[in-house]
Design a protein around this ligand. Structure first.
Ligand code: AMP
Length: 472
């Protein structure tokens, strides 16, 4: 099938051709004609499937038929992160280059005044993260009653990040007379419930997730041998040395280097700079202008290595990335696929290396199960390799109850607001707890504090008077 069979206008087809796309991806093939018909959509698709164009292309044609009014946008795209919102805005510009549509990008961390100006100009499309949108609404800066098309993108990520109450509030402000396009990579019950509430007779579409890393990504696994024994979280020095050696011997044009924790992003970044590498950093606690600035520098090639966390780098579309390095083995197997999927995009070749310690055995076996094959082991001259600890899985399971310093005590990076609203966390669905784990482990007890073995509960049998022994 070709793009011209989907019912798109000539100017949109021209912009698509200039983007270098020759044929639609499966989600585009399925979604575009349905959106053009005005139907609601419930789409199971994640980033990397061409999902963005599947809703922006038909939206551009639908919006071309009308005219915007000041402060009353005609369509709204909700995104969970600022980076994703900015990326969708870029796509809108690219695909809409032959149309005179206007957009406003409303994301946290950027100047409110500029965003208010954009709204006042009367945008055809608002692309927003939920918090900033509500903020501007509550300040009386925009009206949402004229929104005729609503896109909720990455709904499960919104759930992970605690945004669902905001999304529900936003939807309650819109007219029922609208078309809703709802996308989520996974469909846990909470997401289904929302879809049922927001959509009317939707067309359900599903495309396979890119569950296996692109064939064009060459993968390698290096297991270092920690000099500080097998204590959890050990081997950091060896991992840094191994990474430096890999960076020297690989032909790295540009690379993302993933850490599991924000704190380690900072440590590794400083270490790489001290060793003379051209490295930047990206994590969720950085102010938004600094994040955008760093991304621009990385995209322009002014910074070669970007040390980052999963949240900050999720869904980033940086074409022509030569390498991805996992400085830490991700504790959720699907993050491995997301991470290494940043390279080898659109049929290009990419290389992805993972640095592990023996303790990572359990996480690596989950990854192997997900991708359906082993990651080939590599060795480096002068780097002593370790063996994956086969018993780690069993120990890990036991330790989960107590907290594991490397993977479990580390609070996964989440925006601050996620704390109170994590009851439906997607990761809770696979039997693992959704709460930041290990938060119980770091309590230091003073010598004079009583040790209470059973919490407040004292079993009834301990409170009963012992029976008086019968006299013989
Ligand atoms: P997305 O899933 O929307 O994040 O898109 C992933 C990547 O695929 C982006 O780099 C898009 O530019 C690219 N892309 C989208 N549609 C197509 C297509 N039909 N052919 C080739 N690449 C595409």
């Amino acid at each position: 099938m070709s793009f011209s069979d989907l019912g798109l206008s000539d100017p949109v087809l021209r912009a698509v051709a200039e983007s270098g796309y020759t044929e639609p991806t499966p989600i585009q093939e399925q979604a575009i004609p349905v959106v053009l018909m005005g139907r609601d959509i419930l789409g199971s698709a994640q980033t990397g499937t061409g999902k963005t164009a599947s809703f922006t292309l038909p939206m551009i044609d639908i919006l071309a038929a009308g005219r915007a009014k000041a402060r009353m946008p005609r369509s709204l795209i909700l995104e969970p992160t600022r980076e994703l919102a900015a990326q969708v805005a870029e796509s809108f510009d690219r695909y809409g280059k032959y149309h005179k549509l206007t957009k406003a990008l409303l994301i946290g961390g950027e100047s409110l005044t500029e965003q208010v100006k954009e709204i006042d100009r009367g945008p055809d499309v608002l692309i927003a993260t939920p918090g900033r949108l509500l903020d501007l609404f509550e300040r009386g800066r925009l009206l949402l009653t004229d929104v005729k098309i609503l896109v909720i993108d990455e709904a499960d990520r919104m759930l992970d990040m605690g945004f669902i109450p905001d999304v529900e509030r936003i939807v309650s402000l819109l007219s029922r007379m609208r078309q809703t396009l709802f996308f989520s990579a996974t469909m846990p019950p909470e997401i289904r419930r929302l879809a049922d509430a927001f959509l009317i007779n939707p067309k359900e579409l599903a495309v396979d997730p890119p569950a296996t890393p692109a064939e064009t990504v060459a993968q390698g696994l290096l297991v270092v041998n920690p000099s500080d024994g097998r204590r959890p979280g050990g081997g950091q020095r060896e991992k840094r040395a191994a990474l430096r050696q890999l960076l020297h011997q690989e032909e790295v044009k540009n690379a993302l280097i993933f850490c599991n924790r924000k704190r380690d992003v900072g440590i590794l970044h400083r270490s790489l700079q001290r060793h003379g590498f051209d490295a930047g950093l990206l994590h969720g606690d950085m102010p938004q202008p600094a994040r955008m600035d760093m991304l621009d520098k990385f995209k322009d090639g002014q910074v070669t290595l970007l040390v980052c966390s999963d949240v900050a780098a999720r869904g980033l579309d940086i074409p022509q990335m030569s390498h991805v390095f996992n400085f830490d083995v991700p504790s959720h197997a699907e993050d491995y696929v997301h991470r290494i999927g940043r390279t080898g995009r659109a049929g290009r070749e990419g290389r992805a290396f993972t640095i592990a310690t023996p303790e990572d055995g359990k996480y690596l076996s989950a990854i192997t199960r997900l991708i359906g094959k082993d990651i080939p082991r590599i060795t480096l001259d002068g780097v002593e390799t370790g063996d994956l600890d086969e018993a780690a899985e069993r120990r890990g399971r036991r330790r989960r109850g107590r907290g594991d310093r490397q993977h479990e005590a580390a609070k996964p990076e989440k925006p601050a607001r996620a704390k109170s609203r994590r009851d439906g966390d997607r990761r809770g669905g696979d039997g693992k707890t959704a709460e930041p784990r290990g938060s119980r482990t770091k309590v230091k007890r003073g010598a004079d504090e009583p040790v209470v073995g059973m919490g407040d509960h004292v079993p009834a049998f301990l409170l009963r008077e012992p029976p008086t022994p019968k006299k013989p």
